[in-house]
Design a protein around this ligand. Sequence first.
Ligand code: C2E
Ligand code: MG
Ligand code: MG
Ligand code: MG
Length: 286
Amino acid sequence: RVKVNGKNDYMLHSCDMDHIALEKLTIQHEMRRALRNKEFILHYQPQYALASGQIVGMEALVRWRHPERGLVPPGEFIPAAEESGLIVQLGEWVIEEACRQNKEWQNEGLLNIPVSVNLSLRQFTQRKLTSKISEILRKTGLHPRYLELEITESMTMDVERASQYLKELTELGVSISIDDFGTGYSSFHYLKNLPIARLKIDRSFVRDIEQRSSDAAIVAAIISMAHSLQMQVVAEGVETKDQAHFLRSYRCDEMQGYYGSPPLPSTALKELLSEKFNRPALPNYH
Ligand code: C2E
Ligand code: MG
Ligand code: MG
Ligand code: MG
């Protein structure tokens, strides 16, 4: 068994505890501390309209400012947070911080564009979510139209249940997008029946879009289907001007990726938004 004596002090009482399990326990213990000490921060990645090159949205992405390990990316702690259930608490903090920040920037006259937040499965199926979000919107004063929740295809597998949950959420006035679209178990059934505003095409389809005709065909099909269903399409992982132009020629609505901007700390995003009378567009895009 493992005993945790505060700090980073662990005592192993049995050798069958494998390294992975210990690492998980360590990370969960540290995350509880990190939540108390406010070590998590949000970075924001702008989303650009492909037609105009203007910033029309942003995604909030969590990072852990670890006292020893520096800035830790979400891939290294979200899985442990999901497994332990800590994601519920962390996720609530993310939603509240994103709403608070967006409202603050609106008050400063810097923007009137929505912020997107990732939801994990544990959060989505935890039935206090709707009332929690409602409370956060009231507390921060953010109009619900400025909050978008990103879910993944796997969360819609049980269509009946997803439909009920999404109905509750959209009745609040927030909107829903499908993240990493194309990588999960897609069913056309859910697309027809769920209140989804936007599809985010996974970056694996975007990477070789100019070289691989199969990727281009899939992207074209997603865009055409989405538009027929009155949904908007965002391409993820756009890294070059050529990819952006290619996607624009396919009538993709928006892009998010290093070509536009990497995820930025709030201070840097604020600078970017202040630059051009709060309507910043990509330089040399057209
Ligand atoms: P995601 O929601 O698909 O977010 C996009 C990820 O792609 C981000 O990684 C972003 O930095 C990265 N990215 C953006 N543009 C490019 C590009 O042009 N090229 C490449 N190669 N990558 C790009 P990040 O920030 O490390 O986040 C990874 C994942 O962690 C996210 O994927 C999301 O699933 C999860 N995540 C992040 N924040 C949260 C959160 O607050 N809650 C939950 N539940 N999950 C989160
Ligand atoms: Mg996302
Ligand atoms: Mg995701
Ligand atoms: Mg994604």
